[in-house]
Write a protein that binds this ligand. Structure first.
Ligand code: FMN
Length: 343
């Protein structure tokens, strides 16, 4: 079965990619994911805050002895060679590049422009085959306009693009008012690929302690619907490579994402839930589905259910919604009571 695909300019043996998580942050699990068939691996994000905390800790350690024990400083490595800042991450990129045969994509989550560009360069030098920009930004400032938020994406992308020559992907927010236009504009500004979508943390409340819960729920398949809609709309229209992300648990979600036109399908929750070997289960399920319908290659099916290819393109839009609403039967009103629609 020919499952080959291209993503952000990289030739991949199949469309299954392990997205950023602690599982991709260890060489051992990276190897297990590769053995289970992952075609590319996204490392966890290098967070600017983590680098700054580590650097500050190091500077505190060295400066604490400035007056009292100058000769003691010789026990510390020079700042430039120190094991602080992004050192461990760069080491992971380097070691993964040596040990793993499939493309290694580093992920960066910065705040300042200097951080984005300087670390992007270092990640490229460490051997990353590509870079994913995890622009995790919630515009909680009520003065920030939609234009400000969009401009932030463009500014980051342009500075990173100017700094590196490896392919760059953007993990996109689902909250833009015009996702399609934003996707095209980002491609024009230099993004090789778009990941639909970033799964922003959604808080919940503890009603006993009256606190914001400090939990992270893994995704479930009901969450594929929003990315599925936008992948279907964009496939065959944008020139950017498209990655589906969020909600994959079984091969069924993988097949759906490919049918609407994703170039690759990413998963984290399913791997954390079932272990790295689950990649092989997803791959086998995809092959089985294709085989049962006598497709010889992924190319024959990818995008055949995108909006552009459907006989009824309205199926992804408002008209379908209206049709569905019309199909709902409102229950007969209780005597003297008001009509209601069951939730
Ligand atoms: C424990 C955990 C850690 C994650 N760490 C990162 C990260 O460092 N960078 C990033 O871009 N996404 C991170 N993600 C998000 C995943 O890469 C992915 O986008 C998200 O989980 C949705 O995909 P899924 O439905 O397959 O889980 C993390 C997710 C989880 C559950």
């Amino acid at each position: 079965m020919d499952l080959a695909t291209r993503y952000m300019g990289l030739q991949l043996k199949n469309p299954l990619v392990a997205s950023a998580s602690p599982l991709t942050g260890e060489l051992d699990s990276l190897k297990r994911l590769e053995d289970a068939g992952a075609a590319a691996l996204i490392l966890p994000s290098l967070f600017q805050e983590e680098i700054e905390v580590e650097t500050a800790r190091y500077q505190h350690l060295t400066s604490a002895h400035d007056d009292s024990w100058p000769e003691g400083l010789s026990n510390f490595p020079k700042l430039a060679d120190a094991q602080h800042g992004p050192h461990h991450y760069l080491e992971l990129v380097h070691r993964a590049r040596q040990a793993i045969g499939v493309p290694i994509i580093a992920s960066l989550n910065g705040i300042s422009n200097e951080c984005w560009t300087s670390y992007a360069k270092q990640l490229e030098q460490a051997g990353a085959n590509g870079l994913e920009l995890n622009i995790y930004f919630i515009p909680a400032d009520l003065a920030a306009t939609g234009h400000d938020v969009e401009q932030r994406y463009f500014d980051i992308l342009k500075s990173v693009r100017a700094a590196v020559s490896i392919p760059v992907a953007i993990k996109l927010s689902p909250y833009f008012s015009a996702v399609g236009n934003m996707a095209e504009a980002l491609h024009d500004a230099g993004a090789d690929a778009l990941v639909l979508f970033n799964r922003f943390y959604q808080p919940d409340l503890d009603l006993t302690r009256l606190q914001v819960l400090n939990d992270l729920r893994l995704s479930d398949p009901s969450e594929i619907r929003l990315p599925l809609l936008w992948l279907a709309v964009l496939a065959g229209r944008t020139r950017a490579s498209l990655a589906a992300s969020t909600g994959v648990n079984s091969a069924e979600e993988v097949v759906k994402y490919l049918l609407v036109g994703a170039d690759v399908v990413m998963t984290t929750s399913s791997l954390l839930r079932h272990g790295p070997g689950h990649m092989a289960t997803l791959l086998a399920g995809l092959e089985k589905w294709l085989d049962a319908r006598e497709f010889a290659s992924l190319k024959q099916v990818r995008g055949i259910m995108s909006q552009r290819c459907l006989r009824d393109p309205q199926a992804f839009e408002r008209a379908n919604y209206i049709k569905i609403l019309q199909g709902f039967r409102t229950p007969a009103p209780a005597a003297g009571g008001a009509r209601s629609i069951a939730q």
